[in-house]
Ligand binder design. Structure first.
Ligand SMILES: Nc1ncnc2c1ncn2[C@@H]1O[C@H](COP(=O)(O)OP(=O)(O)OP(=O)(O)O)[C@@H](O)[C@H]1O
Length: 219
């Protein structure tokens, strides 16, 4: 999203990681979702110690995984921002603990994640900082669910359905704040998909407008 406003360029970035809770034979990593919000600019926000935060979210086991009685190999300590992974080798069990800026466990709700981790970043965009939030993780770990949302349930009196994810919530917050300011504003939105070196403009009215990207090696 681009807004035009004469401010210095500033940046903040958040990476949402989705680990697999159950062991998988092949690990296929995919980087799918990125939400970039710009207000011009390029310096680091002066009062931030770091300009990249890494947040980890674990999804619950799905019905198939429960039916197959697959073991849960990750435990989340949200208070400490830690995740422990249990690995059973032929000879012994190895536990490893990893620390993140924030951890959201399998029972975390969409609103909770948005309010605690994303809403402050959206406010920074509205203050003039460039921010990117992207989700990274192997297939089936919850990137789409976190960024876009799950099945849409009942809409309750102006509130989002509980399954709605980060992108619609961020857009709503931006529009609410801009409307409350009662000033004239313009907003530009782009929605691109990059898959196997094909770039798709998901908002293009005509498919022929989609371009194909080529890497330097393939030229
Ligand atoms: N936090 C969650 N709570 C409940 N269900 C979830 C959660 N995260 C993911 N799911 C469910 O798990 C399934 C896989 O999630 P999702 O499609 O978001 O994965 P993905 O990382 O986007 O996968 P891919 O890279 O293959 O597109 C979906 O059915 C989704 O609804």
């Amino acid at each position: 999203m681009d807004f035009s406003q004469s401010q210095q360029q500033k940046r903040c970035n958040t990476v949402l990681l989705s680990p697999a809770q159950t062991p998988r034979s092949s690990v296929r990593r995919s980087l799918r979702y990125s939400l970039s919000m710009d207000l011009w600019s390029s310096n680091i926000k002066p009062d931030r110690g770091v300009n990249v935060e890494v947040i980890l979210r674990c999804r619950p086991l799905n019905d198939d995984e429960k039916q197959l009685k697959l073991p849960v190999v990750i435990s989340c300590n949200e208070g400490k921002g830690e995740v422990s992974v249990v690995q059973n080798t032929a000879y012994k069990q190895i536990d490893k603990t990893f620390s993140f800026d924030k951890v959201f466990g399998p029972t975390s709700r969409q609103k909770e994640l948005f309010d605690e981790a994303i809403s402050p970043i959206v406010n920074e965009v509205l203050e003039g900082y460039n921010c990117t939030i992207f989700a990274y993780g192997q297939t089936g770990t919850g990137k789409t669910y976190t960024m876009e949302g799950g099945r849409v349930g009942e809409v309750e009196s102006g509130e989002f359905p509980s399954d709605v994810g980060i992108i619609p919530r961020a857009v709503q917050q931006i529009l609410d704040v801009l409307e409350a300011r009662n000033e004239e504003y313009s907003m530009k939105v782009t929605f691109l998909e990059l898959y196997n070196e094909d770039i798709m403009d998901l908002l293009a009215p005509d498919e022929s407008l989609n371009g194909r990207m080529t890497s330097p090696e393939s030229q």
